[in-house]
Design a protein around this ligand. Sequence first.
Ligand SMILES: Cc1cc2nc3c(=O)[nH]c(=O)nc-3n(C[C@H](O)[C@H](O)[C@H](O)COP(=O)(O)OP(=O)(O)OC[C@H]3O[C@@H](n4cnc5c(N)ncnc54)[C@H](O)[C@@H]3O)c2cc1C
Length: 412
Amino acid sequence: MDLISGSTYWPSTLEQTLDFPPLAEELDCDVLIIGGGMSGSLCAQLLGERQVNTVLIDRRKLAHGSSSANTGLLQYSNDKTLTSFIHTLGETNGVLFYRMCKDALDQLEKLAATLDIDPFFIRRSSLYYASTPEDVQMLQEEYKQLTRFGFPVEYWEEQQVATRFPFRRPAALYTHEDAEVNPFRFAQGLLQSANRLGVRLYEHTEAKHLEFGENEVVCHTSDGTIRTKKVIFATGYETQEIKKDRGAILESSYAIVTNPVGNSSLWHEQCLIWETARPYLYIRSTREGRIIIGGLDEPVLNSNQREIRLLHQQKKLLQALQEHFPDVPFQIDYAWAAVFGSSHDGLPYIGPHPRFPNCYFVEGYGGNGTVTSMMAAQLLADELTGTHRPEMELFSLTRTNSPSPDTTKPVV
Ligand SMILES: Cc1cc2nc3c(=O)[nH]c(=O)nc-3n(C[C@H](O)[C@H](O)[C@H](O)COP(=O)(O)OP(=O)(O)OC[C@H]3O[C@@H](n4cnc5c(N)ncnc54)[C@H](O)[C@@H]3O)c2cc1C
């Protein structure tokens, strides 16, 4: 799958990326991780910490899949509201999922602090504004639910938004304890750390064919073979080419990064900004004083079409940014389009699959992919070291709470 078109920003922020050889031998291990993006690198780090004999392979250079297109917003609120999760999953599971997201953010912060490559993890609040007056009631309901279960959030009227930002919106939620990160540096830092903990890494090494035995899996690459007890598929959106998930949707998403404009005084607390419209626009700043705006998701998958659409969509993103901040002269320095995946019920897919014995999947679909990848890495590291966590059932690949595509309502 051709995951990305255009030029992504993050690789320019790291002087020297990691270099590992392709696999050219026969190996044995206890856990093979296929995929060295954010999901694979988090799994590698956690298994490395527990001294599990682990090998990780990637068909590309490490961290050059979707994780280099990620815009690095980390939030406990999801594309689907808590209210909506409570409606579809019931109160216990809806609240459990939101709490797990919040805990995963704390875990990401702890890990970030241990790495030699600084991933620029910074705690931020998020402004979630009503795109239209019709969305105000939904925000009020969401505010009630979030406060009822102890999530840190404020409700702002139009005037409170207007005094802090150069734009007016009918209402907003201001959530606390979210964060921003540089996802490319984060994945590279985790891989470096995992490698030092003993995890063996191979890039330009594709898993081409797997044989499933009763107690082992044999993975064939072009020039090597790996005999392993367990496999973690951390293959991102390309997992849809390995097995199809009934509730997964792949689209194209777009992002631009501006010239450095000095971000500290442009808006309130350099918070993350997003909105209730679907697809939504989101805005954040970077350490270099650049602004990132992304969104405009649409169902274009062919990479030729996507490149043409990028020319149009990058102008629309610039225009939208200019509408939010009319006095700042923005220019586009980087623009990219990339495959983006979500699930119909808003939950990730994490766990085993009946057709793949001794294997686990990590599919952190949705705008909060990094947070759910963290959650997955925790659940799987526990599972593979002998502690089954019942929460994993919520993310089952064969779950039935996911409505079939033709009966799905748009996510709130
Ligand atoms: C434009 C955009 C903006 C985004 N913004 C955010 C955001 O702000 N916050 C957020 O949390 N998430 C965001 N996401 C989502 C985020 O990018 C994904 O959740 C994340 O990248 C998934 O990581 P991954 O490791 O699962 O996948 P990837 O990074 O794609 O890694 C999978 C790896 O598997 C390898 N692979 C696949 N098949 C094989 C094989 N057969 N053999 C060997 N290797 C294989 C690939 O080469 C790849 O490197 C965004 C996504 C896009 C596209």
